[in-house]
Write a protein that binds this ligand. Structure first.
Ligand code: AP5
Length: 241
């Protein structure tokens, strides 16, 4: 069920945070509840890899190993996707930018359109929780929907609620690759956060708790910043934990 509010002007937000912080889950709720377009670099890359496209072949080795795809290529891909995207109420980017270079590249692309990013929202979580989330994550092999073995279970084990596709473990959710991704995030996060902080656009959301709780915190922030108004979000997902 979708509840859009006609008073919302276009808002442009980037969701930042370590692997497993819940960026993808939150971005999906922003799409479903607020009508924001949602672009995820990780999702784009996984789809291109599955299609065995030229882009997919270029990024495959980085994604499988939990390494970052080079900045220039990521910015080029996102500039083209953003240009082609229909944005009525705004958008939320998930997993991009991930380095200071990507953030500067994104600013250049959007400055040319005179549609700058309104804010960067950093979703925080303790590392032990991130590891638990990533180890238990299952994704739909058909539509990409996210589940968790304990906290976001599908109605029928192993089957996607939305499209009936079978659920699988992401290749980069193996324990060794998870450790590598988290270590990489430690190195890249600080300069990225400093970039947004220095331009007065950084906010933080506590990513602990049920996804509905985290989403409500995010909505409170969005309202506080004037990105949406208070009549939004009349739906609730059912807590399972
Ligand atoms: P990407 O897909 O972006 O992976 P990531 O950043 O590592 O983030 P995740 O998708 O693992 O976590 P998330 O924060 O979205 O959490 P989620 O909502 O899924 O990127 C994959 C790869 O592509 C990268 O490693 C890199 O190689 C490449 N790449 C992508 N973008 C790039 C870029 N900009 N530059 C260079 N390379 C790039 O949640 C995780 C799990 O927890 C799920 O099971 C979910 O159900 C559960 N969960 C979430 N929130 C909660 C909650 N509050 N309570 C209970 N369970 C929860």
């Amino acid at each position: 069920m979708r509840h859009y509010n006609s008073s919302v002007s276009a808002v442009r937000i980037v969701l930042l945070g370590p692997p497993g912080a819940g960026k993808g889950s939150l971005a999906l709720l922003c799409e479903q509840r607020l009508g924001l377009a949602h672009l995820s670099t990780g999702e784009i890359f996984r789809q291109e890899i599955a299609r065995r496209s030229v882009l997919g072949r270029r990024v495959q080795r980085y994604v499988a190993a939990g390494r970052l795809v080079p900045d220039a290529l990521v910015v080029q891909v996102m500039a083209s996707r953003l240009g082609a995207m229909k944005v009525r109420r705004g958008f939320v980017l998930d997993g991009f930018p991930r380095t200071q270079g990507q953030a500067a590249g994104l600013d250049q692309v959007l400055d040319r359109k005179r549609k700058p990013i309104d804010g960067a929202v950093y979703v925080t979580s303790p590392e032990a929780l991130l590891v638990r989330r990533l180890c238990g994550r299952r994704v739909c092999s058909r539509c990409g929907a996210n589940y968790h073995l304990r906290t976001m279970r599908p109605k029928h084990a192993g089957v996607c609620d939305h499209c009936g596709g079978s659920l699988m473990t992401r290749k980069d959710d193996q324990p060794a690759t998870i450790r590598k991704r988290l270590a990489l995030d430690h190195r890249t996060a600080k300069p990225l956060l400093t970039y947004y902080k220095n331009t007065g656009r950084l906010s933080t959301v506590d990513g602990r708790g049920h996804i509905e709780t985290v989403f409500q915190r995010t909505l409170t922030l969005f309202r506080h910043r004037g990105w949406i108004d208070g009549r939004h979000d009349r739906t609730q997902v059912h807590a399972r934990n």
